[in-house]
Design a protein around this ligand. Sequence first.
Ligand code: DX5
Ligand code: ZN
Length: 216
Amino acid sequence: MPVAKIAPSLLSGDFANLASECQRMLDLGADYLHMDVMDGHFVPNLTIGAPVIQSLRRHTDAFLDCHLMVSDPERWVEDFAKAGASLYMFHYEATENHLSLIHKIHELGMKAGISLKPKTPVDVLLPLAKHLDMVLIMTVEPGFGGQKFMVDCLPKVSTLRKAFPDLDIEVDGGVDLTNIDQATAAGANVIVAGTSIFKAESPRKVIEIFRQSVNA
Ligand code: DX5
Ligand code: ZN
């Protein structure tokens, strides 16, 4: 399994103190910062866009794992590259031009990822995965933090892990101490968590346990 990367979702942080929240997570052991971008159209919620990523980039060199829950993801790719996004993760369901968008993202110097909503079958990723730096299997319907983990999404992780032993496979949505071992046993090595890290008494401990679970 590729190396563990723990990526707290800043959606559960204090957006009014974003730079210090990011630094706090890095100090507590986070590898990546997971930034949830929502457009109020692809998902029924609205968060941040490229200007916020650009401001944040002035405060940190960290890997910014940008999860674009937007319709028409082609529209924002240049803005996010200029803003300093490290990885541009778009949704399979949001476009028909997957391969050309992947190439565009790479041309602009970012890493490329595709995310699947819970109802989208994993087969669609099989021909695309070799072009991708990361895939994301959602374990909730995208749009909000604090939802319940959907364990029935994990067979998609197992299928991908069997086919692509070196691929970074991310899980996102409802991941906590009660289900992390199931997610990592299926083959996930990039762990996104909002509620379970930010609301924990010891976020450092939670990050550590997630890492141990990937490495077990
Ligand atoms: C949901 C977002 C997630 C969310 C996870 O659509 O993609 O990144 O912040 O939050 P929790 O861990 O609370 O489910
Ligand atoms: Zn996310």
